[in-house]
Design a protein around this ligand. Structure first.
Ligand code: HEM
Length: 294
């Protein structure tokens, strides 16, 4: 991402006959051709709409986080914070998409996914590039997931770039450093494609920001917004795990291992690690030397 990020705005089609301003702007005639069930199951449309809605929200969240990075790089905390509050807002409808498929029993799920596999081949949501790009932007950098994109060279290149670029957390830490909180150079200058290693120095930065409830209020608000985003992300993961338990149980999934067992450890992938670990001692009185005079 470069500093003057510009999102693509394809030229609007001139409004053709048979369109209204509403249908032209929102592309409703195209949108409603994009749900193509492959089974006879009456619930497949709900499955497709739910998954496509998640895709749209993931892309929206990606763009919002990239915009927040741009504002942080320009030292505009107010605009970064406004943008990140929108991410928190988008996570609510994203997470609510699970309700739309909560009616599914194992028989329903199998009727739908077995037809999808028979039509298109064995699939896994790990082949979804939007989710992966969002996760990379959140700072969870797992290069091994790139292997799913070799059939899509353009997406592979896009994700490789996202892997190598600073995450939102990297930009937050760089901003905190510029604001006078000492983030070690080897954190700021590291190879961004390598998984982030949480450390004590960054933990101390968050502790110092929160130490006095009357100081650094804007940075504390930034911390709370990031905590909301991490919580929204973890909530999505938990709802996904429960939906998997409910419809699929311990069957072997894409990798041949049990689906639930594969997903369970990923629940611990919580973005912005020191923002959380610092909470173990934010508010504690400073450590006192045992030899200090009382
Ligand atoms: C309720 C039915 C579902 C079941 C049983 C299920 C099951 C699974 C399983 C077992 C995995 C682990 C990888 C694999 O073996 O494929 C997985 C990963 C994933 N699924 Fe689902 N899934 C369901 C619905 C969905 C929906 C509706 C979405 C949203 C589009 C979704 C998005 C994902 C994503 C993004 C991952 C990767 C998670 C990560 O990397 O931590 N899944 N799913």
């Amino acid at each position: 991402m470069n500093d003057s990020i510009k999102f693509e705005h394809p030229e609007p089609d001139s409004m053709s006959a048979g369109q209204t301003p509403y249908s032209a702007w929102l592309q409703t005639d195209v949108l409603h051709t994009l749900q193509r069930p492959v089974s006879d199951h009456p619930g497949e449309h709900a499955w497709i709409v739910s998954a496509q809605t998640s895709e749209l929200y993931w892309m929206l969240i990606i763009k919002e986080m990239q915009t927040a990075q741009m504002h942080l790089r320009a030292n505009d905390l107010t605009q970064a914070q406004r943008t990140l509050r929108r991410v928190v807002a988008h996570q609510a409808p994203l997470n609510a998409t699970w309700r739309s498929i909560a009616w599914m029993t194992p028989t329903d799920l199998l009727a739908i996914v077995s037809r999808a596999s028979a039509t298109y081949g064995k699939d896994t949501a790990l082949q979804g590039w939007t989710y992966r790009q969002m996760v990379y932007l959140l700072g969870i950098k797992q290069a091994e997931h790139l292997e799913h994109f070799t059939p899509q060279p353009q997406r592979w290149a896009q994700l490789s770039q996202a892997l190598a670029e600073p995450s939102l957390y990297d930009d937050v830490l760089a901003y905190l450093n510029r604001s006078g909180f000492a983030v070690p150079g080897d954190v700021l200058e590291r190879d961004f494609a390598v998984p982030y290693q949480p450390g004590k120095a960054v933990e101390k930065v968050w502790r110092d920001i929160y130490a006095d409830p009357g100081q650094n209020l804007e940075l504390q608000q930034l911390g709370e917004t990031l905590a909301d985003i991490a919580e929204g992300f973890s909530t999505w993961k938990y709802l996904h795990l429960m939906a998997t338990r409910r419809t699929f149980g311990a069957r072997p999934a894409y990798f041949g291992t049990e689906g639930v067992a594969w997903l369970k450890p990923t629940i611990d992938e919580i973005p912005f690690p020191e923002l959380w670990s610092a909470r173990g001692f934010i508010g504690d009185p400073p450590a006192v030397c045992p030899h200090a005079r009382k």
